[in-house]
Design a protein around this ligand. Structure first.
Ligand SMILES: Nc1ncnc2c1ncn2[C@@H]1O[C@H](COP(=O)(O)OP(=O)(O)OP(=O)(O)O)[C@@H](O)[C@H]1O
Length: 870
């Protein structure tokens, strides 16, 4: 930094008329050297906020200064930029850049860090060398303070060609990197909704490439199937082309063909992954990108839970206020590590179809439930393991500090203990922990031997490495210590020599070491003292010998710090080289943690192991809602059973016409009636959640459960107006219903909570009837249909695979008591008027309502036959 660079005189704040706020308007020939470099850098990053290091600050100029000041509520001031005059300026202290950058990124800005890459002293009067060292965007964060420990931070890339699509995603903080391809754009939308990426890359031929569209911002260059709730980066098409993407992946993963990565035959998946990789490399600049080997997956390998269902079943957040508290994840998470917590979230959002996979998770839970000491010891030990995935990520990308490596070493040294603990275990996920590659123990040992007990955060200021590690380092330390001791003794010696009792030796950044004497004693100062500074009460001196020592100390300390830094970065590099080994084991630790947490939960809450089967059976005895149960005092939740879906044998054709066969056939469709607030919605969701938990591998809240694996779970629950897309309540409801009827199969589970209430009663009832009939007869999807249309109970008399259930209440003369018990049979009343009375509707209105109801009941007798079967 030169003297002119640091001239920061605040002018009238917020008066943007007095200074320039657009870097494109300046006459560049009139700019001083540093500002010229700034605007040239800014030209390359028009769509990001450029933070430019000047001494102890990161400064922003022109339009970025205005953004910084506005968004972070900082003072907008100005600075002289050569002959050009004053330009807008705002800045933040360099040591707090992470905090301010986090806020900007959270608000949807990309931030470019242009740092000083040499010391001001090295520049010796010329302009300090500065380079862009990092580009931070919502999807490319690594810093601990910018990430949420319990969830992944995904960067996604999509490539769309007609109706086909490729999707790649990565969490660069954990190294996870996956790609897939599909042929229905609806599935792409669903995958993005599952992943909730922080940023999505879209190749485009838009003129403003590089721009970051913040959530809700639209662009004609954004394909319509992409949900508006994400941040999108419009990128050049080039890195997403087959010609660029394929070699990029081959080179990155050092393979000759993409066959080993599983995506050789998936050109769109390859293009998305290649484009994503290029972006990550571009944004990380000098930091190497530490991604795991690319994995290819297929969306059809997992239970399909669309966004609507995920929302309705409140898997990761509640519908009412979007909070984590009250969600399924909240109720199930008993993990001990951040890695486990993230893995549980991923598992719940992507349940399995493969029975073998489900059973091996169940086996592990079962073993841990059966062995309490093992479970407790495991949980205890897991709590001592830090976020190995992210620590390794930071080591790999060269951003880890010494504290990170110390935490990593501590965690690595727990792994052999973990292996010892599970040495006799039989279940697959515990066996995976039994072998720790010796290289990891050696690495932990090395880190412990090299790093001091509790190292500082800064890695360039020494104090990181223990003595006895490096001869050169020890020699320099000894020199510095001897000289420091000499200075420490100086005070005592000089006091004795001069007989000035209050003589002190001090240090400041400007003058270095000095001898301070009160002014009253100035006449007693020896002749070899050279005066340097006069203050009100004291005089400050130096001596040639003191300066000589000081020069030696400073040089030796610089050397010392540099040497320590070199040893540290070599250690970090060693960790980076083992990144894959560490991460493989971290994944196993995370999975074991999830299962150990689920075992603990199973014990606490009395869950059972569901028997998982092929076919269509859903049999739950005394099932409970996993979240509501935990929100009520123990024993208050009323368990309810469910029996749905029969094997596919002998169930077509004649049964429908032979009325006496009805009783022997297990229902595919349950019509569920009951008064308001009796527990219909709760029951419906309980069945969906139990099925989803079972396919995640978890035990379930029930006394007994036998569950066939579902291909999809659909829900349709009381809609609200979708103002964003201008759809009415009824249209949202119809769209959702249409989606279900068009996609459900006999292996799906469909949960309908009211249909047809958003329109005229008879229209609504007619639609509800037709939908129920279609589900039971044409699709034979296992369905629970909660409704206040009691007329639908008549379907059970016509179709053998339809059954009526009701949630019961006890009627007392003056009130009703909710029993929350689901029993066979249809409810004959809704008690809606009773609910109105309880809510305080005026007595006359209640009276009149009863009269009107009596009239309607007398006149509207419904008589419907079955479509093809009457
Ligand atoms: N099995 C149960 N045991 C104990 N409490 C329950 C049970 N089921 C539901 N509840 C309680 O009853 C409340 C109302 O339940 P729910 O919302 O499911 O009623 P509903 O029948 O769907 O009402 P509406 O028809 O008005 O939508 C829930 O908030 C819950 O606290």
């Amino acid at each position: 930094m030169t003297a002119s660079e640091s001239a920061t005189e605040p002018t009238k704040p917020n008066n943007t008329n007095t200074f320039i706020t657009d870097h494109r308007q300046v006459d560049r020939s009139k700019l001083s050297q540093m500002y010229l470099h700034y605007v040239e850098t800014k030209d390359k990053y028009l769509h990001a906020v450029l933070l430019y290091r000047v001494g102890d600050f990161f400064e922003c100029y022109f339009q970025d200064a205005v953004i910084l000041a506005q968004e972070l509520e900082l003072v907008l001031t100005s600075k002289q930029a050569g002959e050009q005059g004053r330009v807008a300026m705002s800045g933040v202290p360099h040591h707090s850049w992470e905090r301010y950058t986090t806020l900007l990124v959270e608000k949807g800005f990309a931030v470019v860090i242009c740092d000083q890459v040499e010391d001001a002293s090295e520049a010796a009067g010329r302009l300090v060398r500065r380079e862009v060292t990092r580009i931070l965007t919502p999807g490319t964060l690594l810093e601990e303070g910018m990430l949420k420990s319990s969830r992944n931070n995904y960067l996604a890339a999509v490539v769309i060609a007609a109706n086909h699509w490729g999707l790649a995603y990565a969490d660069i903080s954990t190294g996870e990197f996956l790609t897939t391809q599909g042929s229905d754009l609806e599935h792409l939308t669903q995958e993005l909704m599952r992943l909730q990426p922080s940023e999505v890359l879209v190749p485009s031929n838009a003129p403003d490439l590089g721009s970051l569209l913040r959530p809700g911002e639209t662009s004609p260059h954004l394909p319509q199937c992409l949900p508006p709730s994400f941040c999108y980066s419009l990128r050049s098409q080039v890195p997403f082309s087959q010609g660029e993407a394929r070699p990029k992946l081959l080179q990155k993963f050092k393979v000759r063909s993409l066959e080993g990565l599983g995506c050789d035959h998936l050109p769109l998946a390859v293009r998305a992954a290649g484009g994503l990789l290029e972006y990550v490399e571009d944004t990380q600049k000098e930091n190497p990108v530490c991604l795991q080997r690319l994995r290819t997956y297929t969306t059809t390998d997992y239970l399909i839970v669309d966004h609507q269902t995920r929302r309705n079943l409140e898997i990761t957040q509640t519908v009412r206020d979007g909070t984590f508290h009250g969600s399924l994840l909240w109720a199930l998470d008993r993990t001990s590590t951040a890695m486990g917590s993230r893995a549980l979230r991923r598992w719940l959002l992507q349940p399995l179809l493969d029975i073998k996979g489900i059973r091996s998770r169940q086996d592990t839970i079962q073993e841990l439930i059966g062995n309490t000491p093992l479970r407790q010891d495991l949980r205890q030990l897991l709590r001592q393991i830090y976020d190995l995935e992210r620590l390794t990520g930071r080591a790999g990308s060269g951003t880890a500090n010494a504290k990170d490596l110390a935490a990593l070493a501590d965690s690595l040294s727990r792994l052999p203990e973990l292996a010892h603990l599970v040495a006799d275990a039989d279940s697959p996920f515990l066996k995976a922990l039994q072998k720790v590659p010796p290289i990891l123990s050696e690495l932990a040992q090395k880190l412990h031997v090299h790093l001091v007990e509790s190292p500082p955060i800064h890695i360039k200021e020494g104090g990181l490495i223990r003595s006895g590690i490096n001869l050169q380092l020890d020699e320099r330390k000894a020199t510095v210590e001897a000289d420091q001791q000499w200075i420490a003794n100086l005070e005592v010696d000089e006091r004795a020599k001069t007989a000035i009792p209050n003589l002190k030796v001090g240090f400041n950044k400007t003058f270095g070491y000095y001898i301070s004497i009160s002014r009253a004693k100035a006449d007693q100062v020896p002749s070899n003292y050279i005066r340097r500074q006069t203050l009100t009460n004291e005089e400050r001196y130096i001596t040639p010998e003191l300066k000589e020592r000081e020069a030696r100390i400073l040089t030796a300390r610089d050397d010392l710090n540099r040497l320590e830094y070199e040893i540290f970065t070599a250690l970090r590099e060693e960790v980076a080289q083992q990144a894959d080994v560490i991460r493989n084991l971290s994944r196993a630790v995370a999975a074991a943690d999830v299962l150990c947490g689920l075992a603990e939960l199973g014990v606490q809450q009395g869950y059972c192991r569901p028997e998982m089967l092929p076919g269509r059976t859903i049999e739950i005895v005394d099932g409970r809602h996993p979240v509501v149960e935990q929100s009520l005092p123990a024993g208050f939740f009323v368990p309810n059973s469910t029996q749905l879906g029969e094997e596919e044998t002998n169930h077509r054709g004649t049964e429908y016409t032979e009325k006496n066969e009805k009783k022997s056939v297990c229902a595919d469709l349950i019509i569920l009636t009951g008064p308001n607030a009796s527990g219909k919605s709760c029951y419906l969701r309980q069945v969906g959640l139990i099925q989803l938990m079972a396919q995640t591998g978890s035990f379930v809240p029930a006394r007994f459960a036998k569950l066939a694996v579902c291909d999809r779970i659909f829900t349709r629950v009381g809609a609200v107006d979708d103002l964003a897309t201008g759809q009415s309540t009824f249209m949202v409801e119809m769209n959702e219903t249409a989606n279900i009827l068009n996609h459900a199969t006999s292996r799906s589970l469909v949960l309908l909570d009211e249909i047809g209430r958003g329109t005229a009663t008879f229209d609504g009832l007619s639609i509800a009837w037709a939908v129920a009939e279609y589900l039971a007869v044409d699709l034979r999807a296992r369905t629970i249909f909660a409704t206040h249309y009691h007329e639908l109970n008549e379907l059970a008399g016509m179709l053998p695979n339809v059954a009526n259930y009701q949630v019961t209440v006890k009627e007392l003369p003056d009130r009703i008591i909710f029993l929350h018990q689901v029993q066979p049979g249809g409810a004959d009343k809704s008690y809606g008027i009773e609910a109105g009375r309880l809510a305080g509707l005026p007595g006359v209105v209640i009276q009149r309502a009863k009269q009107v109801m009596g009239q309607i009941e007398k006149h509207s007798k419904i008589a419907v036959g079955l479509q093809n079967l009457d």
